[in-house]
Design a protein around this ligand. Structure first.
Ligand SMILES: Cc1ncc(COP(=O)(O)O)c(C=O)c1O
Length: 382
């Protein structure tokens, strides 16, 4: 008897499988090259060289210099370091601008600053899920320390107008951070193209392991460490480097630099195929978020008359997510979708389908069939 097939994995915005090149590059650093990069002997030197190589690879992906890349444990830490680190470095500036659709790794540090007296402007989004540049500009004040806006939203995949906001903010002397957890590795991302001072990179969103990320810090940006300890990462992020994972992040960056454009185009075609198939057979299906200004791999759709979680439970052939949360047995709609003006009852029908490098046309066709079948079984007869 053959083993049951695993469900089609359409949850690449949650995490991605490790790239084979990443695993191959990491293994020697888990086995024989176990040295501490701070040690002066050959074991340490080998580890230091590997970390330096990875730093150059991440920098190349972003169009940055190696000295501007700081390794951290994850996206959460990178965002905390950017937001809390700037606030600590500029104590006289008591205002931060962010949006209502950020990941908790941004929202929570902003709420913490707010508790301690910093004023935070929470920008709304329009019906397409985008911040309006004019509202971001109007929010800027003489005491604004930082604008922190995500590059691509993790649920909808919608891209934010970072370059336009950054141009205005930086011309007024305001620092700009973008959480690029979802866009790096899926789209070409350049720190100079975006014009940002700080940018968050998350390894496990593009084929590197979980538990490693990086913060890009433009030369000269005022930033204080959040963790206190020894002098690793030039004093900005103490703690012995996670060498094998850093090597993995470097190789994933190198692969992304070589292949991101081709993969983005392939992803866009597959996503188009999925959308076309679903839309043709689910009357009333709605796309959440802007049609074009979005990640090439992400489709977030609202199925009529059913909840997204019930739909996914009825389609075990597909592994995907909803943005809804369950509190005390009550399902509540995603705050990202309701922020776009969608009524909570309708927003509950949303499902995020996020494709990746391992996704094939066969996967997309099988997933579409499974979702359409589940929706028909759950929907009252028309
Ligand atoms: C937009 C965004 N920012 C930050 C993070 C946090 O990354 P991590 O869970 O690796 O800390 C995620 C992870 O889902 C994300 O999607």
């Amino acid at each position: 008897m053959s083993a049951p097939r695993d469900p089609v994995y359409l949850d690449h915005n949650a995490t991605t499988p490790l790239l084979p090149e990443v695993v191959d590059a990491m293994l020697p650093y888990l086995r024989e090259h176990f040295g501490n990069p701070s040690s002066a002997h050959v074991y340490g030197r080998r580890a230091r060289e590997a970390v330096d190589r990875a730093r150059a690879q991440v920098a190349a992906l972003l169009g940055a210099s190696a000295e501007e890349i700081f390794f951290v444990a994850h996206g959460t830490e990178a965002n905390n370091l950017a937001i809390r680190g700037v606030a600590a470095a500029l104590p006289e500036k008591r205002h931060v601008v962010t949006s209502v659709i950020e990941h908790p790794a941004t929202t929570e540090p902003c709420l913490e600053l707010e508790k301690h007296g910093t004023r935070v402007t929470w920008l709304p989004v329009d019906g397409d899920g985008r911040v309006r540049v004019s509202e971001a500009v109007e929010a800027l004040r003489s005491d604004t320390a930082l604008v922190t806006l995500m590059h691509a939203n993790n649920e909808t995949g919608v891209l934010q107008p970072i370059a336009e906001v950054a141009r205005e903010a930086r011309s007024r002397g305001v620092l700009v951070h973008t959480d690029a957890a979802q866009s790096v590795g899926k789209l070409p991302v350049s720190v100079n193209g975006l014009g940002v001072d700080l940018l968050t990179v998350v390894g496990h969103k593009f084929g590197a392991p979980k538990g490693v990320g990086a913060l890009y810090v433009r030369r000269g940006t005022p930033l204080r460490p959040v963790l206190l300890g020894a002098g690793h990462e030039r004093g900005l992020r103490p703690g012995t480097e996670n060498v094998a994972s850093i090597v993995g992040l470097g190789v994933a960056s190198e692969v992304a630099l070589r292949t991101v454009e081709g993969e983005a185009a392939r992803m866009c075609r597959l996503r188009g195929e999925l959308w076309t198939r679903l839309r043709a057979r689910v009357p009333g299906l709605v796309l959440n978020g802007h049609l074009e200004e979005r990640l090439p791999n992400t489709l977030n759709v609202r199925f009529p008359g059913v909840s997204g979680s019930a739909l996914l439970a009825a389609a075990p052939e597909v592994a995907a997510s909803t943005g809804s949360a369950c509190h005390a047995g009550e399902e509540s709609a995603s705050s990202i979708i309701t922020a776009m003006g969608v009524a909570p009852g309708e927003a509950l029908g949303s499902v995020r389908l996020s494709l990746g490098r391992t996704t094939t046309l066969g996967d997309v066709m099988a997933a579409a069939e499974a979702l359409i079948g589940a929706w028909r079984r759950l929907s009252p007869p028309r």
